[in-house]
Design a protein around this ligand. Structure first.
Ligand code: URA
Length: 454
């Protein structure tokens, strides 16, 4: 199989002595709200990728970008500089349209684990580079790595070979694909600079361009547990990513979805793998099902596998019901070195020492489950990281028993806490009881899919 790699910046020569000076000029410009040129942005990204500027200097620049923003031109230049900071895959030789999917991040967001084997089972090749948890949100890579043996860091050649042989591969960003984004992603997380439209748009689109996507479907989450808190911000981010897609000749569609409450019921790595596997076997929580089908219908459409969105949804459901999507997931896990006996028998997946419930103190309806707060609690239990070098505890997290607008009676279980530490268990139970709010009156359920922008 023939595939092409390019490294646009490998020929740039950099003189270390000058870099410090030039970098300081760039920093000063952004600090003073001036627009950076394409050359300055490429210079910053090249120097950072090659470890020629320090993390603290780049942290200052990232904070200046976070506070002062970027013009559309700067964001586009940043995206392309990051995309070409390493190798750029050309998968056109696979002979099919390569459609990729990415989410702007959420709590309980296990959509990739379900959707990608599902569309692959319908003949859409999937070459997916995912991220780790960021801020209070979870990451697909951490979830995949909770399956014993699953290798997310495989050779690029193997990545492409897997797509060629079984129609799917899901990896982490440990390879030389958009290495600048990998460094910036971790840095932003450690200095509270995640929620920025130019930084999110460039992070996502650079990864998609580098990993060979020809068409892209983006799940732009909106609400308390998302980085975009309202529709106006979400539309701005979507339009930015669509525009970058156009300039890079990658058709992009954005589906704006509700992230006010966690998606599905499970939050935490193994717990979300379990929910994803159960979904693939036909047990589909309503909100998760809507998101999977909506994104999937657009993926099939962009891949030229069906114009009619409703028909596409039917075909997606068919492949859940006939077991093809589940079998594709097993194939994926096996191909990446994972032990499928953990998927065939979910009881084998790592379990927390303490599994305890919280109960409703009254009759009523679930009014609110703030997903950001739930995400933070799951992180505190060990499902996320405080520092970038922290290890994840795959077994811990929270499993909700109720969703917003559900009826509850006094003493009904509201949620289960899975913990490996008694103090954290106690603290989580107390806080979770405050987060899951019950009201006397009927609560109207918000929409799951807000709108689609193309
Ligand atoms: N996902 C990404 O890949 N990058 C971001 O900045 C946010 C979500």
């Amino acid at each position: 199989m023939k595939w092409v790699l390019e490294n646009v910046f490998s020929t740039l020569s950099i003189i270390i002595g000058e870099i410090v000076m030039n970098f300081l000029e760039i920093l000063e410009k952004k600090r003073d709200k001036k627009e950076l040129s394409k050359t300055e942005i490429e210079y910053f990204i090249t120097a950072y990728t090659n470890n020629q500027v320090t993390d603290y200097q780049v942290a200052a620049l990232v904070m200046a970008i976070y506070l002062n923003g970027m013009t559309d031109q700067e964001t586009t230049d940043l995206t392309l500089a990051m995309a070409y900071s390493g190798e750029v895959l050309d998968l056109s030789t696979l002979g099919e349209v390569i459609v990729d999917k990415h989410s702007t991040g959420g709590v309980g967001d296990k959509v990739s684990l379900i959707l990608l084997p599902l569309v692959s089972s319908l003949g859409v090749p999937v070459a997916k580079m995912s991220g780790r948890g960021l801020g209070f949100t979870g990451g697909t890579v951490d979830k995949l790595e909770s399956i014993p043996g699953y290798q997310t860091a495989i050779e690029l050649k193997q990545f492409v070979k897997n797509v060629e042989q079984i129609g799917i591969s899901m990896i982490s960003q440990t390879l030389n694909l958009a290495p600048a984004d990998k460094k910036l992603y971790a840095l932003r997380d450690s200095i509270s600079c995640v929620e920025s439209i130019p930084l999110i748009a460039s992070s996502i689109m650079s990864k998609k361009i580098a990993s060979g996507a020809q068409k892209i479907v983006l799940d732009v989450t909106v609400g308390k547990g998302a980085f975009m808190k309202d529709m106006e911000e979400a539309r701005k981010l979507s339009n930015m990513m669509i525009q970058i897609g156009k300039l890079a000749n990658r058709e992009t569609a954005c589906v704006l979805t509700n992230m006010n409450e966690p998606l599905g019921y499970a939050i935490g790595n193994s717990l979300e793998v379990m929910e994803a596997v159960q979904f693939l076997k036909g047990n589909m929580p309503k909100d998760l099902k809507q998101v999977v089908l909506e994104l999937g219908a657009y993926m099939l459409q962009l891949a030229n596998k069906g114009e009619n969105l409703e028909e596409n949804k039917k075909r997606l459901l068919e492949n859940i019901q006939n077991g093809k999507a589940y079998h594709k997931f097993l194939e994926l896990v096996q191909k990446q070195g994972g032990d499928i006996s953990y998927i065939e028998n979910l009881e084998k997946l790592p379990k927390a020492t303490y599994i305890e419930s919280i109960y409703s103190e009254e009759d009523g309806y679930i009014q609110e489950i703030d997903s950001k707060e739930v995400g933070k609690l799951a992180g505190m239990l060990g499902a996320g990281r405080e520092k970038k070098e922290d290890a994840i505890d795959p077994s811990v997290g929270i499993v909700l028993s109720k969703k917003v607008a559900d009826r509850v009676e006094k003493n009904d279980v509201l949620a289960y806490v899975h913990a490996n530490d008694e103090d954290k268990l106690r603290e989580t139970k107390i806080k979770l009881k405050e987060i899951v709010k019950v009201s006397n009156g009927i609560v109207e359920k918000g929409k799951t899919i807000w709108e689609v922008i193309k």
